[in-house]
Design a protein around this ligand. Structure first.
Ligand code: GLY
Length: 303
């Protein structure tokens, strides 16, 4: 394990084997659409992997992977997000790179089909970390992001779920990648929780809670009850556990125990360490994940 980010940059900048892991959200079982979920995860892993295999940046890889899931209506992000109590879509997203700890995030955003890309613009702009609501929309217009009719993000399935008062539907999507330069990047995107109050912002855009990346340690993307993940400051704490144990899978499981015991909620997380080793865990019945490293010929999607 590298002692610090500077060592990580200087030892041998091209010696890293790339890796990516993606999740499609902790929650109930896959219901009537396991194939749709599997195909979405697979497509997201491939989109990110293509970037990494070409020598591209981890930030581009996680953005590409998350965009695929935002575009797939089965997942709770972008189009297909769960609805607020008033039947609207308000999304949260964040993205972070672990060399300089640059990060960008947006909260309670409507009219934007790919909020992870808006978060990326916040990161690249560099003045702020988190923009919300109307201010985020004004910023999206200023950077020339396409705007959509809010109704385009609402699916019939989510409308039925809201009518059925299934108010705790979780979800969220995310990705963590290690590129050939040794940079870790992480991104997370969500519609939040079904039936949430308008204006509610969850863990996803809060750096250290829903997302964190530090190239000396690893990267994390979380899913589950946002309020509980915030109480547990889950993403950063998972990396602290990883630093002490050097075992990604163990760190993921210990962090999820913290989420349940201290956060008092349910969820899961994916984790990648600075060597590209993966870990994931969840307290819910189901959390679709997929990953790819040079050891495999195709994405691993184990469900
Ligand atoms: N973890 C997503 C949310 O609660 O908003």
């Amino acid at each position: 394990m590298f002692a610090n980010r500077a060592d990580c940059d200087t030892v041998n900048p091209m010696r890293h084997l790339p890796a990516i892991i993606v999740h499609g959200g902790a929650g109930a079982d896959p219901g009537d659409a396991p194939d749709e979920i599997r195909d979405g995860i697979r497509a997201a892993v491939l989109a990110g992997w293509r970037v990494l295999a070409d020598g591209g940046r981890g930030l581009d890889a996680v953005e590409a992977a998350v965009r695929v899931l935002e575009d797939a209506p089965r997942f709770n992000a972008g189009r297909g997000s769960v609805l607020t109590s008033t039947g609207t879509v308000e999304t949260d997203a964040s993205i972070m790179e672990g060399d300089q700890l640059r990060c960008g995030a947006v909260g309670a955003v409507s009219r934007i089909a790919n909020p992870v890309t808006l978060a990326r613009h916040v990161l690249e702009d560099g003045r702020h970390v988190l923009l919300v609501g109307d201010g985020a929309l004004q910023f999206a217009r200023a950077v020339g992001m396409p705007e959509c009719d809010p109704a385009d993000l609402v699916t019939e399935r989510r409308r039925r779920q809201l009518d059925a008062a299934t108010a705790d539907i979780k979800g969220t999507v995310g990705a963590v990648a290690l590129d050939r330069q040794g940079t870790i990047a992480a991104a997370t995107s969500t519609g939040g929780m079904s039936g949430k109050l308008p204006g509610r912002v969850g863990d996803t855009p809060l750096i250290g809670c829903g997302t964190y990346a530090d190239s000396a340690l690893g990267g994390v993307s979380c899913t589950g009850t946002g309020e509980a993940i915030i109480r547990a400051v889950l993403a950063r704490r998972a990396l602290d556990i990883l630093r002490d144990t050097e075992d990604p899978d163990y760190a993921a499981h210990v962090a999820v125990d913290l989420l349940v015991e201290q956060g008092r909620g349910e969820g899961g997380l994916i984790l990648l360490d600075a060597k590209g080793r993966i870990g994931y865990a969840q307290s819910t019945i189901f959390m679709p994940v997929g990953w790819m490293t040079p050891s495999f010929h195709e994405p691993q999607v184990p469900f």
